[in-house]
Structure formats: C-alpha cells, structure tokens
Design a protein around this ligand. Structure first.
Ligand SMILES: *Cc1c(COP(=O)(O)O)cnc(C)c1O
Length: 339
C-alpha cells in the first residue's frame, strides 16, 4: 500500500520476468485468470466465428469456454486412457478446412505428447496453444511445459500447483508479436494510457497477487518434489488389481496436480474412503459435451470422456501429505471389496 502501486507495477513486472525465466520462455504476461489467458490468446491469433479449435473431450470446461467465448467452435478429440491426455493419433481426422488451432491440456500435471501434436500442427498450419493450468514445472523430454507450442495459458487459481491467494493467470510465449498483443488486450487494448489500438478487456494480475506468486515460485520445485514423493508412494503401494494406476510415458516428468486412478466401482469406492475419513475428488464428473450449456453444440458420441467421468477418482495429494497417511490410504483401497 505504501508503494502506491496496486495494479501494473514493479511486482508484476518482476514476477513476469521470473516466471518466463522459470518456464524457459521469452515472455510472460500476467492476466486475471487462466480462462482469460486462453481466451486472449485465441483472440490474439485472430480466431473467431467460423473457426474450429481442437480440444480434449475430457478437460476442465474452461478449455472449451475460451473457444466458445471468442465465437469459435470446439472440436473434441478423445484422450488416450492411459495418460488421460489428447490422443495425437485421433487429431488428424478431426481437422477440417476451418481448423485453426489445437489446445492440448497437460491434464492432472502430466504433459501431453507435444512432439506428435506439433508435427500434425505443422503439416496443417495450425496454432498450438498449451493449456498449462495444471502443469507448472512439468517436463516433456526435459523441457518445461508452457514453452512447447506457439503459446501457453496457465492459471494461478489457489488450488493449482502454483496458486495465488485469489484468481490469477498468465500467457507464456516466445512470439514478441503475440506478447505485445496480449499486453494490450489485457489492459483495455492500450499500450499508452487513453489510446486504444484494440478492442480490449480488463483482465490483469494485480500487484498483491504477483508479490505472493513471487514468493511461492521460490518453493514451487520443492512442493512439486513433495507431490512426486506422494505419487511414488501410491504407485508403489496401490494394488493394480484394485484400481487402474496412471501411466507415465517415457517423455513425461509430471508434477501430479492430481493423482487419478480408475475404478469400475468408483462411487462405492469413494463412499468407502469417505467413511474412513478420506476425502477424494472427481475430475471431472460431467465432461464438457454433456454439460447443459453445450447441448446446442454438435458433438460426436465421445465415449471415452463419458466413461472416464464415471471411473476417475482423485486421491489425496499435496506436498505436505505424510508417507504414513499415503500408505494407509493405499492399504484401505487394497482392502476394498465392492458389494
Ligand atoms: C483451472 C483451469 C483452467 C482455468 O483457470 P482459471 O484461472 O480457473 O480460470 C483452464 N484449464 C484447466 C485445465 C484448468 O485446470
């Protein structure tokens, strides 16, 4: 408060430099939230009505909302059930003359197969926008997510691996033209006060959140290691006969935003764990194409997304979870017998 800078000041600028540096990108532009980061990117690339954007069928709805908010049409592609990420082999048949971009999501903190996706994008002149909201710090073939496509969007919603103390988000890119456009779009379309080149928005990352994020960025790697340890315990102790465990491809060094297993008796298993005081989550119970808000969008029968929504269960994970607790949860699951 004493500095007098509450919006667009030195904390934001420092955080943007530090996070760009962390992600190995040239530019980071703080915005109000992750959804706006995606939406502003689509607008910056000139994507709008009549255009199609390829999205995963099993993502958090924000990935789809960004597409429909700019007037374009989301075209869903199903995931590989082992990794939960968009299946690159299914992308080609979803491409039409109207396709402009692909938004791979690094779901649950596990990197999507970016090389395969980028090859297809190159062949069809498509833009690749990573949805890196769940993957801060995750590596794909040794490279940070957020710098693997044309640009990336991330979120600092409090529950993410790098969470603010409120809403926040950022755009990452190596493209100076796009970076400049996002800088304007987030701030009423202007770079000089009261002069407006673009029809912009007001969606900025404020100083207080940027200051919190600068502190939390310092411990992000340590916290991700903490999550990794919990995940390793689960992988070691959980019986693969009781639940389907996540697969980690060779190219992937995930940050375990969530630890998701599959069960044919998911609801009963969730109730059983709850009765023992173990809170679990479902990410996500209803896939975007089955949401009431998207009933007017023409979608093919997205069987995998639908099945996953009935089988996924997110086990407790956090950097602070004790080894003993993880073992106890794993043992409880191993003892579970569906009725
Ligand atoms: C959280 C999230 C978003 C949206 O971020 P907000 O900051 O909540 O708007 C987008 N995509 C994915 C995959 C997310 O998990």
């Amino acid at each position: 408060m004493d500095s007098g800078h509450l919006i667009m000041g030195p904390e934001l600028e420092s955080f943007e430099n530090e996070f760009a540096n962390y992600c190995d990108t040239k530019y980071c532009i703080g915005v109000g939230n992750g959804l706006d980061a995606l939406r502003l990117l689509l607008i910056a690339y000139g994507i709008g009505p009549g255009d199609e954007v390829i999205v995963p069928s099993n993502t958090f709805i924000a990935t789809w909302l960004a597409v429909t908010e700019c007037g374009a049409t989301p075209i869903a592609v199903e995931p590989d059930c082992r990794t939960f990420n968009i299946d690159p082999t299914l992308i080609k048949s979803a491409i039409t003359k109207n396709t402009k971009a692909i938004i791979p999501v690094h779901l649950y903190g596990q990197p999507a197969d970016m090389d395969a996706i980028n090859v297809i994008a190159m062949e069809h002149s498509l833009i690749v926008i990573e949805d890196a909201a769940q993957s801060q710090g995750a590596l794909y073939k040794g490279r940070k997510t957020g710098g693997l496509g044309n640009a990336a969007a991330t979120s600092f919603y409090p529950g993410k691996n790098l969470g603010a103390l409120g809403d926040g988000g950022a755009v990452l890119t190596n493209d100076s033209f796009i970076a400049e456009k996002i800088r304007k779009l987030r701030n009423y379309g202007s770079s000089k006060k009261y002069h407006h080149d673009l029809i912009g928005f007001n969606t900025r990352l404020d100083e207080l959140q940027a200051a919190f994020l600068r502190e939390k960025l310092k411990v992000l790697d340590a916290w991700n290691i903490g999550r990794k340890k919990v995940a390793q315990q689960y992988l070691q102790y959980l019986s693969p006969e009781k639940v389907t465990l996540p697969t980690i491809p060779k190219y992937s060094d995930p940050v375990w935003h969530l630890f998701v297993v599959l069960s044919n008796h998911r609801d009963e298993l969730q109730q059983y764990l709850l009765s023992m005081g173990v809170n679990t989550g479902i990410h996500y119970p209803v896939p975007p194409h089955l949401q009431p808000c998207y009933q007017n969008i023409v979608n093919s029968d997205l069987k995998i997304a639908k099945r996953l929504s009935k089988e996924v269960l997110s086990l407790p994970i956090s950097p602070l979870l004790q080894v003993e607790t993880v073992k106890n949860i794993a043992n409880a699951i191993n003892d579970f017998n569906p009725s």
